[in-house]
Design a protein around this ligand. Sequence first.
Ligand code: SF4
Length: 81
Amino acid sequence: MDGLFIRVEVADSVRSDAELARRLEEACPVDIFASEGGGVRIVEENLDECVLCELCLDAAPPGAVRVVKLYDGGASLERSG
Ligand code: SF4
């Protein structure tokens, strides 16, 4: 996909965490996370809006969310434990 520089990953272990889904949906200023069916959906069409604010990382438990910068050798923003 052209122009897509960011990949956002949510760990399988928390994908169906409804509370986390709600927090992520609230946290991201550009609506990259949707709370749907009791879980988290990544809204692919908004990924290129990511401003690397790290609010999603702050809202999630350590390791649950990774923001990967595809243009920067795959450097990722994440919180470790
Ligand atoms: S870093 Fe900010 S803009 Fe990017 S996905 Fe996380 S909350 Fe959204």
